[in-house]
Design a protein around this ligand. Structure first.
Ligand code: ADP
Ligand code: MG
Length: 495
């Protein structure tokens, strides 16, 4: 596996060899001819055996071939299927492969104004409306969904690939401009706090939810964007602290709303980068770019294939034959500290010992070298390397609507997170095992940073709610924990 394709195709020394055909379409046919199923089997066998074999070399060759397809397609493909209708009149003259977009081409997306709906069932009935809170109507309502990562875990801060999709639940922000520089904000998630206020330019971290709001106005101001004061009302159905990125849903919804309210000339990818900076530098959570990009750019029933190094992305439809379920284990996680930081530090140490900048720079061919690293660095690096490979395979599985293959990749990813990266916990393993025992489940895995949190299941269409309910019930009996079915959203469970 090789370095990135930032700005249209730079490659590191570990990239595809010249012996691979220069014709990306020929390569794709060759790749497809091998069959994603065989590659999955080879990869899974390798991950279990933990050593270099001819299998890995074969898989590595084909993965490199696939990477060449991605990069060379970006340079030479001739069609631009603008599914998001975002490129418009300033669309670049260079050609794009279907759906693939590059950061420099990210123009401002249209604000999807939606009625401010209840975040959680009954929330609208209980919550004061905008006029009650602020004595006048809102100027606009912006929204952003939560997200669940299908595969590609702990790859983002290693410059690798991720494949998140959005969930049905969204965060809404209603905004009315003020004449002064005061920000007054109310959140249905924290109604006991009432309306809280601060002055633009005087943002100070307070250690609570307001930091996410302050972080956005702070980062926009710091980037030279001129905004004024606002009254804002936040409602959300995205579960907080469950790994479904309620934080990014809030950041993106607010940032979108401010962009609209003040006509800010900032494109989608720059906006995602600013929101991430707000969370990293103001809130103090060392998150990667996946959450903000997914909440901003993945469409309904689409997954976002994202190269976190180049920020190239592609929206891929989810197969109609499968739907997702997400179940929270009831075991809490905290990304901002502890083991998450330890894993990041371990990856950095592995890179230092390997003499590379980031783990993205090595691939399956390098696994023998990686295996020689001291414990546990070898296993940590192996997870990242094989997980990147699994994302590429999952993309191919999506392209061919192969739910069975995608499910097997979920299973392999979970084993890797459990055994190599050691970010699972016994409760989550139990939940995954129970899910995998269900006949209509294609695959199941821990999603998000780990140390608790939620699992994502790929289920035959029409069965997600019933399967999730059964798995959650039997998990509750076996573990004594209180699981929550997050997706499908509660109203759909048992419907
Ligand atoms: P996750 O993103 O997985 O849900 P995080 O710990 O990253 O968990 O972010 C959760 C935090 O984001 C909350 O504790 C809160 O501070 C903030 N947040 C999320 N949604 C809202 C909301 N609707 N209103 C106010 N703050 C929110
Ligand atoms: Mg978060």
């Amino acid at each position: 596996m090789s370095g990135g394709a930032a700005g249209g195709g730079t490659r590191s020394g570990n990239g595809p060899s010249q012996s691979v055909s220069d014709d990306p379409h020929a390569d794709r046919q060759a790749f497809s001819g091998v069959g994603i199923r065989e590659l999955v089997v080879l990869e899974v066998r390798f991950a279990q055996e933990g050593s270099a074999t001819p299998h890995t070399r074969l898989a590595g060759v084909h993965l490199r071939t696939f990477l060449l397809i991605v990069v060379s397609a970006a340079l030479s493909a001739t069609s631009s299927d603008d599914r998001n209708n975002r490129l418009g009149s300033r669309q670049r003259k260079t050609h794009f492969p279907a759906g693939l977009r590059w950061p420099g081409d990210s123009l401002r997306g249209s604000l999807v104004s939606q009625p401010a709906g209840p975040g959680t069932p009954g929330e609208a009935d209980r919550a004061p409306d905008f006029a009650t809170l602020f004595g006048r109507p809102a100027d606009l309502t912006s929204s952003a969904p939560g997200r669940v990562n299908l595969i590609g875990e702990h790859t983002d801060y290693n410059g690798g690939y991720v494949l998140p999709t959005v969930i049905p639940q969204k965060t809404f922000v209603e905004i009315a401009r003020r004449r002064d520089r005061r920000v007054s904000v109310w959140s249905g998630g924290f109604p006991g706090d009432g309306v809280v206020s601060y002055e633009l330019g005087s943002e100070r971290r307070v250690g609570g939810w307001l930091d996410y709001v302050q972080g956005i106005t702070w980062v926009l101001g710091g980037a030279g964007h001129s905004i004024g004061g606002i009254d804002a009302r936040i409602t959300s159905g995205v579960p907080v602290g469950s790994g479904l990125s309620s934080s990014a849903a809030l950041e993106i919804s607010l940032a979108r709303g401010l962009r609209e309210a003040f006509g800010l000339p900032v494109g989608d990818v720059p906006l995602a980068l600013l929101a991430r900076r707000a969370e990293n530098e103001f809130v103090g959570a060392p998150v990667g770019i996946m959450d903000q990009m997914a909440c901003l750019l993945a469409g309904d029933r689409h997954a976002l294939f994202l190269d976190t190094l180049s920020l190239a992305y592609e929206s891929l439809p989810l197969p109609t034959g499968a739907e997702l379920a997400v179940i929270n284990s009831g075991v809490a996680h905290n990304h901002a500290r502890g083991d998450y930081r330890t894993r990041r530090a371990e990856c950095e140490r592995a890179c230092a010992l390997l003499g590379i900048r980031q783990l993205r720079d090595v691939g399956l061919d390098d696994l023998p070298r990686v295996a020689a690293l001291p414990e546990p660095l070898g296993r940590r690096a192996r997870h990242v390397i094989t997980e990147n490979a699994r994302v590429l395979m999952a993309v191919e599985a999506l392209r061919s609507a192969d739910c069975e293959c995608l499910g097997r990749l979920f299973d392999a990813s979970h084993r890797s997170m459990r055994d190599d990266y050691e970010v699972s916990v016994p409760e989550v393993d139990l939940l995954v095992d129970l899910a995998r025992g269900e006949p209509r489940v294609h695959g199941a895995r821990l999603t998000g940073g780990g140390f608790g949190g939620a699992i994502v299941l790929l289920v035959e269409t029409g069965h997600a709610a019933s399967v999730a309910g059964r798995v959650a019930d039997s998990y509750a009996r076996r573990s004594g924990r209180t699981p929550t079915v997050l997706v499908p959203p509660p109203a759909d469970v048992g419907a």
